[in-house]
Design a binder for this molecule. Structure first.
Ligand SMILES: *[C@@H]1O[C@H](CO)[C@@H](O)[C@H](O)[C@H]1NC(C)=O
Ligand SMILES: *[C@@H]1O[C@H](CO)[C@@H](O)[C@H](O)[C@H]1NC(C)=O
Ligand SMILES: *[C@@H]1O[C@H](CO)[C@@H](O)[C@H](O)[C@H]1NC(C)=O
Length: 346
């Protein structure tokens, strides 16, 4: 797409007129030129919609573009960039979609064309996010685009010349506002599940764990789990489990966050105790079941007392619960003076 960025927008005299076959089909597209188009719709020359598309389809003819719109739920108009044979399908024209002057582009309201172009799909009732596909003698609805916009963090700016599109399995490029550093990859991706995931954050997160709800796998009377997020890194101020093979501790952040890093401060007060921590896994998710959580990172020790362990979550996992598990070969206690989770509200 980068080669496409330097297109020029000219002030262009717009005209609306009935289309000819030369507009609808490329001169070398024999199949298109000979297709039966029951009635020609209207085309607005030199003006296209910008900002948000349901789907963006490269390298197709205008006729195919119209058909795709008819098959795609909530599509009401198309923009077609002839030089790149690029088709944008637009949903309801609201304030988030704007008609702008653009040389070499034309747009069309789908309701001015005959639905007969798409055969059986003319009567589809696929719900938002789906498109109609012919299957055997019947119709079926397949997921085609994400609903809504990606949740991106503050200071993120969309970096796509033709605006957002929401195609399944595609990424949209973002950048951070001037002077703000990006971590991760500069994309928000519409997953095949129909849900957006953003792969980056702009700037540094803040501590999102302080004084939040906590728990640990086993309790000890004096050292409650909350001491891990009380902001104090002092002797005997720590969470502390019983001796187990895989003792764990967790914090519930109370909201979904994108997790950037976790800073763990080992127990401070006891020389012989610091080395009890040999291997620690940090998971992020929405439950305590690690098989359904994403690994932020791990520490491979042995640790010493008071050691500050910084674990960067390079994949920027999203979740509400952060779980720290100490992994041992024999029964062992798990205790840390403080855990500081850095993240972004999403
Ligand atoms: C999509 O279409 C459905 C059915 O026509 C409608 O209920 C819904 O509001 C539409 N969504 C948007 C975002 O326009
Ligand atoms: C546009 O939005 C309205 C109200 O949300 C809905 O009733 C209508 O079906 C939508 N049209 C399309 C083409 O999605
Ligand atoms: C498309 O045409 C229909 C029917 O003429 C009209 O109701 C609708 O407002 C038009 N949409 C746009 C975006 O111009």
């Amino acid at each position: 797409m980068k080669g496409v960025t330097s297109f020029c927008i000219l002030l262009y005299v717009t005209s609306i007129r009935s289309s000819s076959m030369n507009d609808v089909c490329d001169a070398d597209d024999f199949e298109c030129q000979n297709s039966q188009i029951p009635n020609r719709g209207e085309i607005i020359y030199g003006q296209c919609y910008r900002q948000t598309a349901l789907r963006r389809l490269p390298r197709i003819s205008f006729l195919t573009c119209l058909k795709e719109c008819m098959k795609t739920s909530n599509c009401s108009s198309v923009s077609y960039r002839r030089d790149w044979k690029m088709c944008d399908l637009h949903g309801n024209i609201t304030s988030e979609v704007k008609l702008v002057q653009e040389h070499g582009c034309f747009s069309s309201n789908i309701s001015s064309w005959s639905l007969a172009l798409v055969g059986k799909c003319a009567v589809h009732i696929c719900s938002e996010g789906y498109k109609c596909v012919l299957k055997g003698d019947g119709l079926t609805c397949e997921k085609a685009y994400c609903i809504g916009k990606p949740r991106v963090v503050e200071n993120a700016v969309l970096d796509e010349p033709f605006g957002l599109s929401r195609d399944l399995g595609h990424g949209m490029m973002y950048k951070c506002a001037d002077g703000i550093k990006m971590s991760g990859k500069p994309f928000a991706v519409c997953r095949n599940t129909g849900i957006w995931t953003s792969l980056f954050i702009c700037g540094d997160g803040s501590i999102v764990s302080k004084l939040k709800t906590t728990g640990q796998s086993t309790n000890s009377p004096q050292y409650t789990p909350g001491l891990g997020v009380d902001g104090l890194k002092e002797d005997t101020n720590m969470f502390h489990t019983q001796a187990e093979l895989k003792p764990y501790w967790w914090v519930n952040l109370g909201h979904l966050y994108k997790i950037q890093k976790v800073i763990s401060t080992n127990r401070i007060d006891c020389d012989a105790c610091g080395g009890r921590l040999r291997k620690m896994l940090i998971h992020v998710g929405d439950s305590l079941d690690t098989s359904n959580m994403e690994l932020c990172g791990q520490f491979n020790g042995q640790a010493v007392k008071g050691q500050v362990i910084v674990t960067q979550c390079s994949s920027l996992p999203e979740g509400q619960i952060v779980k720290l598990t100490s992994v041992n070969n024999e029964l062992q206690y798990f205790h840390l003076a403080e855990v500081e989770v850095y993240g972004f509200y999403v």
